[in-house]
Write a protein that binds this ligand. Structure first.
Ligand code: 13P
Ligand code: SF4
Length: 323
């Protein structure tokens, strides 16, 4: 029998019986911090030092004094951590953990798109590659996009890339006419409006909460729209007991932990598949995270010229978000 192969030729042989203990030990030995997104599997969320949305994770990465950042998320998130921390070792448990939204904006195509709108500034959603960040003036996330666009003079044309759904949502919230790149997330576009409305009929007491990456047809039914952190906070603070969640269901683990008596129902997708789970986020496992720490690989590397150019719009975002 062959042991299960995982990225970078590591195998699942020799995984200690108490993997939680082993990770805690490695964390001390390496002076490492484990940052995790809410879409990670529950065990990873439970061992993380910090769990957050893209903005919170970027802020943590910018402020950490750890020597090693273990990033349990997708590639663009770990890449952002490396851009902010050129001298730290940044590990991603599975290097193939990409993002369909980032992939929907190829740099060469985007350069042509930009050239058609020479007067526009570029605000890019953080779910993009370092190459796209180098072509951007400001980065935004789902939690600060409206705030950032509102700070730009009204007569300044803006390209917002790569998520068309977030772009439409920001247009609606700000009343601004934005030039949108037509990218999208495969996960947030699979939610079925019809099945969600059916669920609401079955649970009339429920509130619908949605991530702005969802299509307008889903967002128009939502009682509340926000980033993953904002959704979590809303459910915790709101008096309501039942919520229908239109986002990746990994976050329900935290929602349930924060409000154990409340009822969280994931929004069904169009087919009867598990495609509401992000296939990229779910490539990371606790075993791969342990091996990444033990072997100090796979690590994120970025050419210095790209890193320096990509840092500028990220710093601009941090400046405009926490002012
Ligand atoms: P957040 O900004 O809410 O973390 O969203 C990131 C993401 O990838 C959602 O699909
Ligand atoms: Fe990318 Fe969508 Fe996965 Fe978020 S849920 S990481 S946008 S593919």
């Amino acid at each position: 029998m062959f042991a299960t192969q995982i990225k970078t030729n590591q195998t699942l042989d020799n995984i200690p019986n108490d993997i939680f203990e082993a990770i805690a030990h490695l964390k001390q030995e390496l002076n490492a911090v484990i940052l995790a997104h809410y879409y990670q599997e529950p065990d990873i969320q439970d061992i993380a030092d910090y769990i957050g949305d893209s903005l919170g994770l970027s802020k943590q990465a910018a402020e950490t004094d750890a020597d090693v950042i273990v990033f349990a998320g997708v590639h663009f998130m770990a890449e952002t951590a490396k851009i902010l921390n050129p001298n730290k070792l940044v590990l991603l448990p599975d290097l193939d953990a990409g993002c369909s939204l980032a992939d929907s904006c190829p740099p060469a195509e985007f350069a042509k798109f930009k050239a058609v709108h020479p007067d526009a500034i570029v605000i890019s959603y953080i779910n993009c590659t370092a190459a796209i960040k180098t072509m951007s003036d400001i980065i935004c996330t789902s939690s600060n996009s409206v705030k950032i666009v509102k700070q730009i003079p009204a007569d300044q044309p803006i390209i917002l890339a790569p998520d068309r759904n977030l772009g439409r949502y920001v247009m609606e919230q700000t009343g601004r006419d934005l030039i949108l790149w037509e990218g999208s997330c495969i996960v947030h576009e699979t939610f079925s409006e019809k099945k969600m409305v059916q669920l609401k009929i079955e649970h009339p007491e429920a509130e619908i909460i949605a991530h702005p990456e969802c299509e307008t047809s889903v967002l128009r039914h939502a009682n509340y729209i926000g980033s993953t952190t904002a959704l979590l906070k809303y459910c915790q603070e709101n008096q309501n007991q039942t919520f229908i969640a239109a986002t990746e269901p990994g976050i329900i683990h935290q929602m349930q932990k924060n409000a154990p008596s409340k009822n969280f129902i994931p929004t069904p997708v169009m087919n009867n598949c598990a495609c509401n789970e992000c296939p990229h986020m779910r490539l990371n496992t606790l075993e791969k995270l342990y091996l990444a720490m033990k072997n100090q690989t796979p690590e994120i590397t970025i050419p210095e010229e790209t890193r320096v150019a990509a840092l500028k719009p990220i710093q601009k975002m941090l400046e405009l978000s926490f002012n």
